[in-house]
Design a protein around this ligand. Structure first.
Ligand code: ADP
Length: 547
Protein backbone atom coordinates (compact mmCIF):
# COMPACT_ATOMS: atom_id res chain seq x y z
CA UNK A 1 0.00 0.00 0.00
CA UNK A 2 2.99 2.32 0.15
CA UNK A 3 3.21 2.49 -3.65
CA UNK A 4 3.45 5.85 -5.39
CA UNK A 5 2.04 4.68 -8.72
CA UNK A 6 -1.67 4.83 -7.96
CA UNK A 7 -3.65 6.98 -10.40
CA UNK A 8 -4.26 9.54 -7.67
CA UNK A 9 -0.70 9.76 -6.33
CA UNK A 10 0.29 13.01 -8.06
CA UNK A 11 -2.88 14.79 -7.05
CA UNK A 12 -2.58 13.47 -3.53
CA UNK A 13 0.93 14.77 -3.05
CA UNK A 14 0.06 18.13 -4.60
CA UNK A 15 -3.01 18.64 -2.39
CA UNK A 16 -1.12 17.54 0.70
CA UNK A 17 1.30 20.41 0.11
CA UNK A 18 -1.06 23.00 -1.32
CA UNK A 19 -4.02 22.62 0.98
CA UNK A 20 -2.57 21.18 4.16
CA UNK A 21 0.96 22.57 3.96
CA UNK A 22 2.56 19.15 4.59
CA UNK A 23 5.75 18.25 2.78
CA UNK A 24 5.50 14.51 3.34
CA UNK A 25 3.30 11.83 4.83
CA UNK A 26 3.55 10.51 8.35
CA UNK A 27 3.84 6.75 8.96
CA UNK A 28 0.88 4.85 7.49
CA UNK A 29 -0.92 7.93 6.14
CA UNK A 30 -0.14 7.18 2.49
CA UNK A 31 -0.89 3.47 3.01
CA UNK A 32 -4.28 4.15 4.59
CA UNK A 33 -5.23 6.63 1.88
CA UNK A 34 -4.27 4.22 -0.92
CA UNK A 35 -6.24 1.39 0.67
CA UNK A 36 -9.40 3.42 1.28
CA UNK A 37 -9.23 5.04 -2.15
CA UNK A 38 -8.95 1.57 -3.70
CA UNK A 39 -12.40 0.92 -2.24
CA UNK A 40 -11.50 -1.31 0.72
CA UNK A 41 -12.88 -1.11 4.23
CA UNK A 42 -10.01 0.00 6.42
CA UNK A 43 -9.41 -0.10 10.16
CA UNK A 44 -6.71 2.23 11.47
CA UNK A 45 -5.06 2.14 14.88
CA UNK A 46 -2.90 5.20 15.16
CA UNK A 47 -1.79 6.93 18.35
CA UNK A 48 -3.16 10.37 19.16
CA UNK A 49 -1.29 12.97 17.13
CA UNK A 50 -0.43 10.42 14.44
CA UNK A 51 -2.40 12.35 11.83
CA UNK A 52 -5.60 10.37 11.37
CA UNK A 53 -7.66 13.29 10.04
CA UNK A 54 -5.57 13.65 6.91
CA UNK A 55 -6.31 10.03 5.92
CA UNK A 56 -9.92 10.95 5.12
CA UNK A 57 -9.71 14.70 4.50
CA UNK A 58 -7.30 14.30 1.58
CA UNK A 59 -9.37 11.55 -0.12
CA UNK A 60 -12.47 13.69 0.48
CA UNK A 61 -10.89 16.47 -1.55
CA UNK A 62 -9.92 14.20 -4.39
CA UNK A 63 -12.98 11.94 -4.67
CA UNK A 64 -16.26 13.09 -6.16
CA UNK A 65 -19.20 13.47 -3.78
CA UNK A 66 -19.42 13.76 -0.03
CA UNK A 67 -17.51 12.04 2.77
CA UNK A 68 -19.68 11.34 5.79
CA UNK A 69 -17.75 11.55 9.06
CA UNK A 70 -19.43 10.07 12.13
CA UNK A 71 -17.83 11.46 15.25
CA UNK A 72 -19.09 11.30 18.85
CA UNK A 73 -18.05 14.64 20.27
CA UNK A 74 -19.37 17.97 19.07
CA UNK A 75 -16.31 19.85 20.37
CA UNK A 76 -14.09 17.62 18.26
CA UNK A 77 -16.28 18.17 15.22
CA UNK A 78 -16.24 21.95 15.67
CA UNK A 79 -12.48 21.93 15.96
CA UNK A 80 -12.19 19.97 12.71
CA UNK A 81 -14.68 22.15 10.83
CA UNK A 82 -12.80 25.27 11.89
CA UNK A 83 -9.57 23.91 10.43
CA UNK A 84 -11.24 22.74 7.23
CA UNK A 85 -12.92 26.07 6.60
CA UNK A 86 -9.63 27.86 7.25
CA UNK A 87 -8.15 25.69 4.49
CA UNK A 88 -11.10 26.56 2.21
CA UNK A 89 -12.52 23.06 2.26
CA UNK A 90 -16.33 23.16 2.28
CA UNK A 91 -17.52 21.24 5.35
CA UNK A 92 -20.57 21.23 7.60
CA UNK A 93 -21.89 19.37 10.59
CA UNK A 94 -25.20 18.24 12.00
CA UNK A 95 -25.82 17.53 15.65
CA UNK A 96 -28.88 17.14 17.81
CA UNK A 97 -27.89 20.27 19.76
CA UNK A 98 -28.24 22.53 16.70
CA UNK A 99 -31.36 24.54 15.89
CA UNK A 100 -33.68 22.46 13.76
CA UNK A 101 -33.90 25.21 11.12
CA UNK A 102 -30.12 25.30 10.83
CA UNK A 103 -30.01 21.53 10.32
CA UNK A 104 -32.72 21.71 7.68
CA UNK A 105 -30.85 24.42 5.84
CA UNK A 106 -27.74 22.27 5.57
CA UNK A 107 -29.74 19.27 4.37
CA UNK A 108 -31.57 21.47 1.90
CA UNK A 109 -28.23 22.67 0.54
CA UNK A 110 -27.03 19.11 0.11
CA UNK A 111 -30.34 18.15 -1.53
CA UNK A 112 -30.08 20.89 -4.13
CA UNK A 113 -26.34 20.94 -4.69
CA UNK A 114 -24.50 17.67 -4.15
CA UNK A 115 -21.16 19.40 -4.51
CA UNK A 116 -21.87 22.01 -1.86
CA UNK A 117 -19.85 20.19 0.81
CA UNK A 118 -16.91 17.81 0.62
CA UNK A 119 -17.27 16.65 4.21
CA UNK A 120 -20.36 16.27 6.33
CA UNK A 121 -19.79 15.55 10.03
CA UNK A 122 -22.56 14.03 12.11
CA UNK A 123 -22.91 12.62 15.62
CA UNK A 124 -23.88 8.93 15.86
CA UNK A 125 -27.27 9.66 17.42
CA UNK A 126 -27.99 11.94 14.49
CA UNK A 127 -27.48 9.05 12.07
CA UNK A 128 -29.71 6.86 14.20
CA UNK A 129 -32.51 9.35 14.71
CA UNK A 130 -32.81 11.53 11.62
CA UNK A 131 -34.90 10.01 8.84
CA UNK A 132 -34.37 13.13 6.81
CA UNK A 133 -30.61 12.74 6.96
CA UNK A 134 -30.93 9.08 6.02
CA UNK A 135 -33.06 9.92 3.02
CA UNK A 136 -30.46 12.42 1.86
CA UNK A 137 -27.68 9.90 2.35
CA UNK A 138 -29.63 7.30 0.38
CA UNK A 139 -30.11 9.88 -2.36
CA UNK A 140 -26.38 10.54 -2.46
CA UNK A 141 -25.63 6.85 -2.34
CA UNK A 142 -27.88 6.00 -5.27
CA UNK A 143 -26.04 8.62 -7.35
CA UNK A 144 -22.72 7.18 -6.15
CA UNK A 145 -21.96 10.47 -4.45
CA UNK A 146 -21.48 9.13 -0.95
CA UNK A 147 -17.79 8.59 -1.39
CA UNK A 148 -16.80 7.25 2.01
CA UNK A 149 -18.07 6.71 5.56
CA UNK A 150 -15.54 7.59 8.21
CA UNK A 151 -16.02 6.43 11.78
CA UNK A 152 -13.86 8.63 13.98
CA UNK A 153 -13.10 7.54 17.54
CA UNK A 154 -14.25 4.12 16.38
CA UNK A 155 -13.60 2.58 19.80
CA UNK A 156 -16.93 4.16 20.83
CA UNK A 157 -18.88 2.26 18.20
CA UNK A 158 -20.04 -0.62 20.33
CA UNK A 159 -21.82 1.87 22.56
CA UNK A 160 -23.66 3.59 19.74
CA UNK A 161 -26.17 0.84 20.13
CA UNK A 162 -28.57 -1.00 17.96
CA UNK A 163 -30.38 2.08 16.67
CA UNK A 164 -27.30 3.06 14.75
CA UNK A 165 -26.35 -0.19 13.09
CA UNK A 166 -29.31 -1.07 10.85
CA UNK A 167 -29.26 2.43 9.35
CA UNK A 168 -25.61 2.31 8.72
CA UNK A 169 -25.88 -1.17 7.12
CA UNK A 170 -27.81 0.40 4.24
CA UNK A 171 -24.56 1.68 2.80
CA UNK A 172 -22.70 -1.59 2.58
CA UNK A 173 -21.20 -0.76 -0.80
CA UNK A 174 -19.60 2.46 0.42
CA UNK A 175 -16.03 2.11 1.74
CA UNK A 176 -15.72 2.49 5.51
CA UNK A 177 -12.72 3.98 7.23
CA UNK A 178 -12.69 3.32 10.99
CA UNK A 179 -10.16 5.33 13.01
CA UNK A 180 -9.13 4.99 16.63
CA UNK A 181 -6.25 5.62 19.00
CA UNK A 182 -7.51 2.97 21.41
CA UNK A 183 -6.60 -0.52 20.55
CA UNK A 184 -6.77 -3.36 22.99
CA UNK A 185 -7.75 -6.67 21.46
CA UNK A 186 -11.29 -6.41 22.80
CA UNK A 187 -11.83 -2.90 21.41
CA UNK A 188 -10.74 -3.99 17.95
CA UNK A 189 -13.00 -7.05 18.04
CA UNK A 190 -15.90 -4.87 19.14
CA UNK A 191 -15.47 -2.41 16.31
CA UNK A 192 -14.94 -5.00 13.59
CA UNK A 193 -18.02 -6.88 14.78
CA UNK A 194 -20.24 -3.84 15.25
CA UNK A 195 -19.44 -2.47 11.81
CA UNK A 196 -19.35 -5.85 10.07
CA UNK A 197 -15.84 -5.16 8.72
CA UNK A 198 -14.86 -8.81 8.34
CA UNK A 199 -12.48 -8.36 5.41
CA UNK A 200 -11.09 -4.99 6.23
CA UNK A 201 -7.47 -3.99 5.89
CA UNK A 202 -5.92 -3.20 9.26
CA UNK A 203 -3.15 -0.64 9.76
CA UNK A 204 -1.60 -0.58 13.14
CA UNK A 205 1.44 1.25 14.39
CA UNK A 206 3.39 1.40 17.59
CA UNK A 207 1.71 3.19 20.45
CA UNK A 208 5.05 4.09 21.96
CA UNK A 209 5.63 7.83 22.29
CA UNK A 210 9.36 8.06 22.90
CA UNK A 211 9.31 11.82 23.59
CA UNK A 212 6.92 11.50 26.57
CA UNK A 213 8.42 11.05 30.04
CA UNK A 214 6.19 9.18 32.48
CA UNK A 215 6.10 9.37 36.29
CA UNK A 216 3.69 8.30 39.00
CA UNK A 217 3.91 10.31 42.23
CA UNK A 218 2.26 9.55 45.58
CA UNK A 219 -0.47 12.14 46.11
CA UNK A 220 -0.26 14.00 49.41
CA UNK A 221 -1.89 17.12 50.83
CA UNK A 222 0.94 19.13 49.28
CA UNK A 223 0.06 17.96 45.80
CA UNK A 224 -0.85 21.42 44.48
CA UNK A 225 2.37 22.96 45.85
CA UNK A 226 4.28 20.14 44.18
CA UNK A 227 2.54 20.79 40.87
CA UNK A 228 3.32 24.53 41.07
CA UNK A 229 6.97 23.79 41.83
CA UNK A 230 7.22 21.19 39.08
CA UNK A 231 5.86 23.58 36.46
CA UNK A 232 8.07 26.47 37.60
CA UNK A 233 11.18 24.33 37.60
CA UNK A 234 10.53 22.43 34.39
CA UNK A 235 7.94 24.11 32.20
CA UNK A 236 7.51 27.71 33.25
CA UNK A 237 5.27 29.64 30.85
CA UNK A 238 4.80 26.53 28.72
CA UNK A 239 1.52 24.87 27.77
CA UNK A 240 0.02 22.07 29.79
CA UNK A 241 -3.17 20.26 30.69
CA UNK A 242 -4.09 19.18 34.22
CA UNK A 243 -6.78 16.51 34.25
CA UNK A 244 -9.01 16.53 37.32
CA UNK A 245 -11.73 14.19 38.45
CA UNK A 246 -14.50 16.64 39.32
CA UNK A 247 -15.60 20.06 38.24
CA UNK A 248 -14.82 21.38 41.70
CA UNK A 249 -11.29 20.01 41.51
CA UNK A 250 -10.78 21.78 38.17
CA UNK A 251 -11.76 25.12 39.71
CA UNK A 252 -9.71 24.57 42.85
CA UNK A 253 -6.56 23.60 40.97
CA UNK A 254 -6.93 26.50 38.50
CA UNK A 255 -7.41 29.00 41.33
CA UNK A 256 -4.35 27.77 43.18
CA UNK A 257 -2.19 27.95 40.05
CA UNK A 258 -3.43 31.46 39.28
CA UNK A 259 -2.46 32.50 42.82
CA UNK A 260 0.99 31.08 42.15
CA UNK A 261 1.34 33.26 39.05
CA UNK A 262 0.47 30.83 36.27
CA UNK A 263 -1.82 31.70 33.35
CA UNK A 264 -4.34 28.98 34.23
CA UNK A 265 -8.07 28.44 33.68
CA UNK A 266 -10.58 25.67 34.24
CA UNK A 267 -12.75 23.88 31.70
CA UNK A 268 -15.62 21.49 32.44
CA UNK A 269 -19.11 20.46 31.46
CA UNK A 270 -20.87 22.72 33.95
CA UNK A 271 -19.80 25.95 32.26
CA UNK A 272 -22.16 27.64 29.85
CA UNK A 273 -21.14 27.26 26.19
CA UNK A 274 -19.93 30.89 25.67
CA UNK A 275 -17.72 30.62 28.75
CA UNK A 276 -16.30 27.33 27.49
CA UNK A 277 -15.74 28.69 23.99
CA UNK A 278 -13.95 31.69 25.55
CA UNK A 279 -11.53 29.50 27.52
CA UNK A 280 -10.90 27.28 24.51
CA UNK A 281 -10.16 30.35 22.41
CA UNK A 282 -7.82 31.85 25.04
CA UNK A 283 -6.00 28.54 25.16
CA UNK A 284 -5.69 28.29 21.40
CA UNK A 285 -4.09 31.76 21.17
CA UNK A 286 -1.82 31.10 24.17
CA UNK A 287 -3.44 33.70 26.42
CA UNK A 288 -3.90 30.79 28.81
CA UNK A 289 -1.10 28.28 29.27
CA UNK A 290 -2.60 25.77 31.63
CA UNK A 291 -6.03 24.23 31.40
CA UNK A 292 -7.42 22.39 34.43
CA UNK A 293 -10.07 20.16 32.92
CA UNK A 294 -12.16 17.07 33.16
CA UNK A 295 -11.56 14.45 30.48
CA UNK A 296 -14.19 16.15 28.30
CA UNK A 297 -11.43 18.54 27.25
CA UNK A 298 -8.92 17.42 24.74
CA UNK A 299 -10.44 14.97 22.30
CA UNK A 300 -9.28 16.48 19.03
CA UNK A 301 -7.59 19.49 20.61
CA UNK A 302 -5.02 20.39 18.08
CA UNK A 303 -2.09 22.02 19.85
CA UNK A 304 1.25 20.48 19.00
CA UNK A 305 3.36 22.08 21.75
CA UNK A 306 1.62 20.92 24.94
CA UNK A 307 4.68 20.34 27.15
CA UNK A 308 3.06 18.56 30.09
CA UNK A 309 -0.02 16.57 31.01
CA UNK A 310 -0.62 16.15 34.72
CA UNK A 311 -3.22 13.80 36.15
CA UNK A 312 -4.30 15.32 39.42
CA UNK A 313 -6.32 12.16 40.09
CA UNK A 314 -6.36 8.57 39.01
CA UNK A 315 -7.51 8.05 35.39
CA UNK A 316 -10.26 5.48 34.87
CA UNK A 317 -8.38 3.25 32.45
CA UNK A 318 -4.98 2.76 30.85
CA UNK A 319 -6.53 3.52 27.43
CA UNK A 320 -7.87 6.83 28.71
CA UNK A 321 -4.58 7.63 30.41
CA UNK A 322 -2.55 6.86 27.31
CA UNK A 323 -4.82 8.99 25.17
CA UNK A 324 -4.78 11.92 27.58
CA UNK A 325 -0.99 11.79 27.88
CA UNK A 326 -0.89 11.60 24.08
CA UNK A 327 -2.02 15.21 23.89
CA UNK A 328 1.44 16.23 25.09
CA UNK A 329 4.35 16.59 22.71
CA UNK A 330 2.59 16.12 19.39
CA UNK A 331 5.45 18.08 17.86
CA UNK A 332 7.84 15.32 18.92
CA UNK A 333 9.61 17.44 21.56
CA UNK A 334 10.27 16.11 25.03
CA UNK A 335 7.21 16.48 27.29
CA UNK A 336 6.26 15.34 30.79
CA UNK A 337 3.39 13.14 31.95
CA UNK A 338 2.86 13.14 35.71
CA UNK A 339 0.26 11.13 37.54
CA UNK A 340 -0.62 11.80 41.19
CA UNK A 341 -1.88 8.59 42.75
CA UNK A 342 -3.56 7.95 46.09
CA UNK A 343 -5.59 5.00 47.24
CA UNK A 344 -8.38 7.33 48.37
CA UNK A 345 -8.75 8.55 44.78
CA UNK A 346 -9.18 4.92 43.75
CA UNK A 347 -12.09 4.60 46.18
CA UNK A 348 -13.54 7.86 44.83
CA UNK A 349 -13.33 6.77 41.20
CA UNK A 350 -14.70 3.34 42.05
CA UNK A 351 -17.66 4.97 43.72
CA UNK A 352 -18.21 7.24 40.71
CA UNK A 353 -18.13 4.28 38.35
CA UNK A 354 -20.67 2.29 40.32
CA UNK A 355 -22.89 5.35 40.78
CA UNK A 356 -22.86 6.52 37.21
CA UNK A 357 -23.16 2.93 36.02
CA UNK A 358 -23.60 3.16 32.32
CA UNK A 359 -23.42 6.91 31.89
CA UNK A 360 -19.69 7.29 31.60
CA UNK A 361 -17.26 4.89 30.12
CA UNK A 362 -13.51 5.11 30.69
CA UNK A 363 -12.78 4.46 27.06
CA UNK A 364 -15.20 7.10 25.84
CA UNK A 365 -14.72 10.13 28.03
CA UNK A 366 -17.86 12.17 28.24
CA UNK A 367 -19.87 10.04 25.88
CA UNK A 368 -23.37 9.30 26.98
CA UNK A 369 -24.15 5.63 26.85
CA UNK A 370 -27.90 5.69 27.33
CA UNK A 371 -28.50 3.11 24.66
CA UNK A 372 -25.93 0.67 25.94
CA UNK A 373 -27.61 -2.69 26.11
CA UNK A 374 -25.81 -4.49 28.90
CA UNK A 375 -25.15 -2.38 32.01
CA UNK A 376 -23.84 -5.31 34.07
CA UNK A 377 -21.13 -6.01 31.55
CA UNK A 378 -20.24 -2.33 31.36
CA UNK A 379 -19.76 -2.04 35.10
CA UNK A 380 -17.60 -5.17 35.05
CA UNK A 381 -15.43 -3.81 32.24
CA UNK A 382 -15.11 -0.40 33.89
CA UNK A 383 -14.05 -1.97 37.18
CA UNK A 384 -11.52 -4.17 35.40
CA UNK A 385 -10.10 -1.12 33.61
CA UNK A 386 -9.80 0.80 36.86
CA UNK A 387 -8.07 -2.07 38.64
CA UNK A 388 -5.51 -2.27 35.87
CA UNK A 389 -4.85 1.42 36.25
CA UNK A 390 -4.34 0.95 39.99
CA UNK A 391 -1.93 -1.90 39.45
CA UNK A 392 -0.02 0.31 36.97
CA UNK A 393 0.29 3.03 39.62
CA UNK A 394 1.25 0.67 42.41
CA UNK A 395 3.97 -0.96 40.35
CA UNK A 396 7.13 0.78 41.48
CA UNK A 397 9.50 -1.50 39.59
CA UNK A 398 8.61 -2.19 35.95
CA UNK A 399 9.12 0.22 33.08
CA UNK A 400 6.01 2.42 32.59
CA UNK A 401 6.34 2.28 28.83
CA UNK A 402 6.55 -1.52 28.96
CA UNK A 403 3.42 -1.68 31.15
CA UNK A 404 1.37 0.69 29.00
CA UNK A 405 2.33 -0.95 25.71
CA UNK A 406 1.69 -4.42 27.11
CA UNK A 407 -1.85 -3.27 27.66
CA UNK A 408 -2.16 -2.54 23.94
CA UNK A 409 -0.73 -5.94 23.08
CA UNK A 410 2.65 -4.48 22.13
CA UNK A 411 5.90 -5.93 23.46
CA UNK A 412 8.43 -3.32 24.47
CA UNK A 413 11.96 -4.00 25.68
CA UNK A 414 12.47 -1.91 28.85
CA UNK A 415 16.13 -1.46 27.91
CA UNK A 416 14.86 0.90 25.19
CA UNK A 417 13.13 3.17 27.69
CA UNK A 418 16.50 4.83 28.35
CA UNK A 419 15.46 6.20 31.72
CA UNK A 420 12.47 8.11 30.39
CA UNK A 421 10.16 6.86 33.14
CA UNK A 422 10.35 7.10 36.91
CA UNK A 423 10.84 3.37 37.46
CA UNK A 424 13.67 3.05 34.92
CA UNK A 425 15.46 6.12 36.26
CA UNK A 426 15.27 5.11 39.93
CA UNK A 427 18.65 4.64 41.45
CA UNK A 428 17.79 1.50 43.31
CA UNK A 429 19.36 -1.91 43.39
CA UNK A 430 17.36 -5.03 42.78
CA UNK A 431 17.41 -8.67 43.76
CA UNK A 432 16.15 -11.47 41.56
CA UNK A 433 13.46 -13.53 43.24
CA UNK A 434 12.18 -16.92 42.12
CA UNK A 435 8.39 -16.67 41.71
CA UNK A 436 7.85 -19.96 39.87
CA UNK A 437 5.44 -21.23 42.52
CA UNK A 438 3.21 -18.16 42.22
CA UNK A 439 3.37 -18.39 38.42
CA UNK A 440 2.27 -22.04 38.45
CA UNK A 441 -0.56 -21.34 40.85
CA UNK A 442 -1.86 -18.46 38.74
CA UNK A 443 -1.83 -20.58 35.58
CA UNK A 444 -3.57 -23.36 37.48
CA UNK A 445 -6.17 -20.92 38.74
CA UNK A 446 -6.91 -19.67 35.22
CA UNK A 447 -7.60 -23.30 34.29
CA UNK A 448 -9.74 -23.85 37.39
CA UNK A 449 -12.10 -21.03 36.40
CA UNK A 450 -12.35 -22.60 32.93
CA UNK A 451 -10.45 -19.77 31.21
CA UNK A 452 -13.51 -17.55 31.32
CA UNK A 453 -12.49 -14.71 33.67
CA UNK A 454 -10.49 -11.50 33.63
CA UNK A 455 -7.05 -10.98 35.11
CA UNK A 456 -8.44 -8.81 37.94
CA UNK A 457 -10.81 -11.57 38.91
CA UNK A 458 -8.00 -14.14 38.95
CA UNK A 459 -6.00 -11.83 41.23
CA UNK A 460 -8.99 -11.27 43.51
CA UNK A 461 -9.54 -15.00 43.94
CA UNK A 462 -5.84 -15.62 44.42
CA UNK A 463 -5.70 -13.03 47.18
CA UNK A 464 -8.73 -14.59 48.86
CA UNK A 465 -11.42 -12.02 48.10
CA UNK A 466 -14.90 -12.83 49.35
CA UNK A 467 -16.66 -10.32 47.11
CA UNK A 468 -20.18 -11.02 45.90
CA UNK A 469 -18.88 -11.75 42.42
CA UNK A 470 -16.37 -14.29 43.74
CA UNK A 471 -19.07 -15.98 45.82
CA UNK A 472 -21.61 -15.92 43.01
CA UNK A 473 -19.28 -18.07 40.93
CA UNK A 474 -18.32 -20.14 44.00
CA UNK A 475 -14.67 -19.34 43.42
CA UNK A 476 -14.20 -19.05 47.18
CA UNK A 477 -14.46 -22.85 47.21
CA UNK A 478 -11.51 -23.36 44.89
CA UNK A 479 -8.39 -24.91 46.43
CA UNK A 480 -6.26 -21.95 45.29
CA UNK A 481 -8.63 -19.33 46.70
CA UNK A 482 -6.46 -17.19 48.97
CA UNK A 483 -3.26 -19.03 48.04
CA UNK A 484 -1.55 -15.68 47.40
CA UNK A 485 -2.75 -13.98 50.59
CA UNK A 486 0.73 -13.75 52.08
CA UNK A 487 2.32 -12.02 49.07
CA UNK A 488 3.26 -8.35 49.05
CA UNK A 489 0.82 -5.99 47.42
CA UNK A 490 1.31 -5.93 43.68
CA UNK A 491 3.51 -9.03 43.55
CA UNK A 492 0.88 -11.42 42.17
CA UNK A 493 -0.19 -8.79 39.67
CA UNK A 494 3.39 -8.41 38.43
CA UNK A 495 3.80 -12.17 38.07
CA UNK A 496 0.55 -12.33 36.12
CA UNK A 497 1.61 -9.52 33.74
CA UNK A 498 4.94 -11.32 33.29
CA UNK A 499 3.09 -14.51 32.29
CA UNK A 500 1.20 -12.49 29.68
CA UNK A 501 4.43 -11.01 28.31
CA UNK A 502 5.89 -14.50 28.07
CA UNK A 503 2.78 -15.73 26.19
CA UNK A 504 2.13 -18.34 28.87
CA UNK A 505 -1.16 -16.61 29.57
CA UNK A 506 -3.03 -14.94 26.73
CA UNK A 507 -5.57 -12.15 26.87
CA UNK A 508 -8.58 -13.19 24.86
CA UNK A 509 -11.97 -11.76 24.10
CA UNK A 510 -15.18 -13.18 25.42
CA UNK A 511 -18.38 -12.42 23.54
CA UNK A 512 -21.67 -12.25 25.31
CA UNK A 513 -24.21 -14.10 23.10
CA UNK A 514 -27.09 -11.88 23.98
CA UNK A 515 -25.72 -8.47 23.21
CA UNK A 516 -22.61 -9.10 21.19
CA UNK A 517 -20.54 -7.03 23.62
CA UNK A 518 -17.12 -8.26 24.62
CA UNK A 519 -14.79 -8.38 27.60
CA UNK A 520 -11.23 -9.44 28.17
CA UNK A 521 -10.49 -12.88 29.68
CA UNK A 522 -7.36 -14.90 30.38
CA UNK A 523 -6.54 -18.19 28.68
CA UNK A 524 -3.63 -20.59 29.04
CA UNK A 525 -1.24 -21.20 26.16
CA UNK A 526 -0.75 -24.91 26.86
CA UNK A 527 2.42 -25.41 24.84
CA UNK A 528 4.21 -22.53 26.59
CA UNK A 529 2.80 -23.43 30.01
CA UNK A 530 4.03 -27.02 29.80
CA UNK A 531 7.70 -26.04 30.20
CA UNK A 532 6.74 -24.27 33.41
CA UNK A 533 5.03 -27.34 34.78
CA UNK A 534 7.66 -29.80 33.58
CA UNK A 535 10.24 -27.86 35.58
CA UNK A 536 12.11 -26.72 32.48
CA UNK A 537 11.48 -23.06 33.13
CA UNK A 538 11.83 -20.95 36.24
CA UNK A 539 10.20 -17.57 36.56
CA UNK A 540 12.19 -14.81 38.21
CA UNK A 541 11.31 -11.18 38.77
CA UNK A 542 13.30 -8.19 39.96
CA UNK A 543 12.39 -6.69 43.31
CA UNK A 544 13.85 -3.60 44.98
CA UNK A 545 16.41 -4.62 47.63
CA UNK A 546 14.29 -3.51 50.56
CA UNK A 547 11.62 -6.16 49.76
P1 ADP B 1 -4.92 12.46 15.41
O1 ADP B 1 -6.34 12.66 14.93
O2 ADP B 1 -4.33 11.17 14.93
O3 ADP B 1 -4.74 12.67 16.87
P2 ADP B 1 -4.45 14.81 13.84
O4 ADP B 1 -5.09 14.36 12.59
O5 ADP B 1 -5.21 15.77 14.70
O6 ADP B 1 -4.03 13.57 14.72
O7 ADP B 1 -3.01 15.40 13.50
C1 ADP B 1 -2.14 15.84 14.51
C2 ADP B 1 -1.27 16.98 14.00
O8 ADP B 1 -0.36 16.51 13.02
C3 ADP B 1 -2.04 18.11 13.34
O9 ADP B 1 -1.49 19.32 13.79
C4 ADP B 1 -1.80 17.90 11.85
O10 ADP B 1 -1.87 19.11 11.14
C5 ADP B 1 -0.39 17.33 11.86
N1 ADP B 1 -0.12 16.48 10.68
C6 ADP B 1 -0.89 15.46 10.21
N2 ADP B 1 -0.31 14.90 9.13
C7 ADP B 1 0.83 15.55 8.90
C8 ADP B 1 1.90 15.44 7.93
N3 ADP B 1 1.87 14.52 6.97
N4 ADP B 1 2.92 16.30 8.02
C9 ADP B 1 2.97 17.24 8.99
N5 ADP B 1 2.01 17.41 9.93
C10 ADP B 1 0.97 16.58 9.89
Amino acid sequence: WSSTIFPWTKKLEAKNKEVFGNHSFRPNQREVINATMSGHDVFVLMPTGGGKSLTYQLPALICPGITLVISPLVSLIQDQIMHLLQANIPAAYLSASMEWSEQQEILREIGTDYCRYKLLYVTPEKVAKSDLLLRHLEGLNSRQLLSRIVIDEAHCVSQWGHDFRPDYQKFKETPVLALTATATASVKEDVVQALGLENCIVFRQSFNRPNLWYSVIPKTKKCLDDIDKFIKENHFDECGIIYCLSRMDCEKVAEKLQECGHKAAFYHGNMDPPQRAFVQKQWSIDEINIICATVAFGMGINKPYVRFVIHHSLPKSIEGYHQECGRAGRDGQRSSCLLYYSYSDYIRVKHMISQSGIEQSPVTPGFNRNNMANPGRVLETNTENLLRMVSYCENGVDCRRFLQLLHFGEKFNPANCKKTCDNCSKNQSFIEKDVTMTAKQLVELVRMVRQQFSSSHILEVYRGSLSQFVKKHRHNNLSLHGAGKHLDKGEASRVLRHLVTEDILVEDVKKSDLYGSTSSILKVNDSKASSLFLGRQNVTLRFPCSV
